[in-house]
Design a protein around this ligand. Sequence first.
Ligand code: SF4
Length: 321
Amino acid sequence: MEVLEEYGNDALARVFVAQMRREDPRSVVEFVESVQPPLSREEKWVIIVSSMFGCPIGCTMCDAGGNYAGPLTSQEILAQIDECVVRRYPDHRVPSRKFKVQFSRMGEPSLNPAVLEALRALPERFDAPGLIVSLSTTAPARAHGFFERLLRIKEEMYRDGRFQLQFSIHTTDLERRRTLIPAQTWTFEQMAEYGERFFEPRHGDRKVVLNFAPLIDHPIDPSKLKEHFDPGTFIVKLTPLNPTIRSMDHGMGSVLQHGRPETYKELVNALNEMGYEVIVSLGAEEENRIGSNCGQYVQRMLSEGRRPKDAYDVQRYRGQM
Ligand code: SF4
């Protein structure tokens, strides 16, 4: 693996763009390490890795879609984590109280079985008592076998709240969800049924997350959600729409805005009334600027030969600021 570019800073987040295979210029991924002030790195350290070169799903708000060039091997997935760990902790001892590894950057992780191998290898790889893993998925229907194996790995290796599963929902309007995520995915019933099996309170499991990046003209109906998802098993997370090039191309607007609680208060109240615990994950504005919590625009820039310094530069470049 060769790191081609780095963006960001140590105080918040750093994005790495790396070529994984010497002979293959398309084998480019990005991965991220970040902290969440005011927490120190010793309290919480987050690494976000890619599992594919591009992504075959092609969500309309995500720059990883298109240019799909195949899955990473488990060694290539682990190499991203190694790179972050060894830079800071060459002895492989990660002292962070929460050391969170997220499978949520480029690629739909459930379509790559190597993710399961990486999950199996991870606990032994470092001396990291704070290890927690998180996997975000659109729940493709054809990944049924992956999810069955994932369930077993969680039960065997990630008890006591060390696994967080997140379904990307975004809207309760099924037609619009299909436009946003142009793939055959599990129905809400299937997600709910799997979530019920996944969440075992007696093992100290975390509740399954239903993630929404609320978008203008994409309704979220809490009562519809409640028809399928039990608040005893599922929590709701609201995140702002990432500042990707594709989302700008599609004229997609985020309902959630930094520093404007009125943009999400009503929705949070309605979800609370249905019994859901709600996490509003706005992050820091600078984090968006660096790109640590946004879609894969660095990859897109590389593929188009554009390398503006950060998201604001991308927007200026495109005359949209
Ligand atoms: S949001 Fe996830 S599943 Fe959708 S195109 Fe991006 S990486 Fe793939």
